[in-house]
Design a protein around this ligand. Structure first.
Ligand code: FAD
Length: 420
């Protein structure tokens, strides 16, 4: 095993969004930063693959117009190109297609909803954007809605919208406060050339400030404490004053097996959010009138991302179909059947098809049960920090952005430099 002499100001485990964000804030404050990534390429779950001259994210990915991600990117001087997804589309109820009541006109003229449902939905749509969510963060979403919305179909419709923004179909456990906060993040934005354009912009920024990267480096163990931490990879031992892990909670806890103490974050329960994805490139869509659809009761999603963002050099249609939750043997067929409802005869136009049965959308469902947020600061191990979509009080990539930035802030505070 080889030893490298340099004692880095910070070694970051993982080159996904959280790792890249932290690296930029640290390096622009002139700290020496090394990212170790076990995969061949950086980007983690934010990567995009190019198939048939078209750009496919790993399942459907969107940023939120009022979210932390866009705010942080702006703060770093990164402006991305893409399109805002309009609030309209179709919903499938008992196999029939209806308009999503995204405007007061569609709501009032809906043939699906009765008058009570319309009244309750209208009142909810007028109020939810201004709700203070802290007061009901410990109540499960299903229970919270049960008390407010009497009409079952109206409730299911709100649950459908919450699935869309939180990616979670677990309304019995999901925090109502977190779900509504996520709904408040505004319209979705799809990026031209997929999320890779964001990952590439972050990598360029990191390189500009002098961040070093090593790929195909699997970190197995971390020992020591500030300012003498050792990071053992599959190839060598690397020394650092601080170490930030952006791996999953389970893998991060394995890295710390030699410590006698059990940090608080290891004692918590993490329920991952899963989804099964059917990613498609079609030469054309049989029904160009439907760009977006969701099941009201059944947890399915369909979106033609290429209608909003530039995702193909050949004018192909890039489509993501998804089922929320854990998949089984039937799931791929169910996704194809959902596709058949919205785009009958689609199979004739397939030029590329990929099924991803068990994607970890997020490492942590935000639970209603007094689920205190995890801090990036691991106080029991001086110099060791955590970040990722399971750290902090936000959800999905929003949490990775938030915790990556906050972890850098904690580390810089140690060097007495504030993130500006
Ligand atoms: C289908 C799907 C749809 C999604 N849609 C959205 C969306 O619309 N909006 C949104 O905000 N979020 C979405 N997400 C979530 C978003 O992709 C993730 O939250 C975000 O990319 C996580 O970034 P991260 O850096 O925290 O973790 P990761 O991307 O998982 O990065 C961690 C990195 O660490 C590396 N690593 C792990 N262990 C080690 C080790 N021991 N040694 C070295 N390297 C290691 C991994 O290889 C990985 O590259 C979606 C996710 C999926 C799967």
């Amino acid at each position: 095993m080889q030893n490298t002499e340099q004692n880095w100001d910070c070694v970051i485990i993982g080159g996904g969004i959280a790792g890249l964000i932290a690296s930029i804030y640290l390096a622009r404050a002139e700290k020496s930063v090394l990212i170790l990534e076990k995969a061949k390429t950086l980007g983690g779950r934010g990567r995009t693959t190019v198939k048939m001259d078209s750009y496919l994210n790993l399942g459907p990915h969107a940023l939120y117009s009022k979210g932390l991600a866009i705010e942080t990117l702006r703060e770093l001087g990164i402006e991305l190109e893409g399109g805002i997804v309009p609030t309209r589309g179709k919903m499938i109820h008992n196999g029939e297609i209806f308009d999503i009541p995204a405007s007061p006109f569609i709501l009032v003229t809906s043939t699906l909803l009765n008058w009570n449902a319309k009244k309750e939905l209208l009142s909810f749509f007028l109020k939810y954007k201004k709700m203070k969510t802290d007061g009901f963060k410990n109540v499960p979403l299903a229970q919270w809605l049960q008390h407010r919305i009497k009409d079952k179909l109206a409730r299911n419709l709100i649950l459908m919208l919450s699935r869309l923004s939180s990616y979670s179909d677990e309304s019995d456990r999901l925090s109502a406060g977190a779900a509504i906060k996520q709904l408040q993040l505004g319209n979705a934005m799809y990026l031209n050339k997929g999320w890779q354009s964001m990952i590439d912009a972050l990598i360029n920024k990191a390189v500009e400030f002098g961040v070093q990267f090593q790929t195909v480096k699997h970190v197995n163990k971390v020992t020591g404490s500030f300012p003498d931490l050792s990071v053992q990879t599959n190839k060598e031992i690397i020394y650092a004053k601080n170490v930030l892990s952006t791996s999953s909670p389970q893998e991060t806890s394995k890295l710390l097996k030699e410590y006698k103490c059990t940090p608080e974050f290891i004692k918590k329960d993490y329920i991952p959010v899963h989804a099964a994805c059917l990613d498609l490139v079609l030469s054309k869509v049989p029904n160009p009138n439907i760009d977006f659809a969701m099941g009201v009761e059944d947890p399915f999603y369909f979106s033609n991302h290429s209608k909003i963002a530039k995702l193909s050099n050949q004018d192909h249609q890039v489509i993501h179909v998804m089922k929320y939750g854990i998949s089984n043997q039937e799931t791929e067929k169910e996704l194809e059947e959902f596709m058949e409802i919205v785009q009958p005869g689609w199979e004739e136009f397939v030029i590329y098809k990929r099924y991803l049965p068990r994607m970890t959308v997020s490492n942590r469902l935000v639970l209603a049960s007094n689920d205190d947020e995890v801090s990036p600061l691991v106080s029991q191990i001086p110099g060791f920090y955590i970040a990722g979509d399971w750290v902090g009080d936000a959800m999905l990539a929003e949490a990775s952005f938030q915790s990556g930035r906050k972890a850098a802030q904690f580390i810089l505070e140690k060097f007495s430099i504030k993130v500006v």
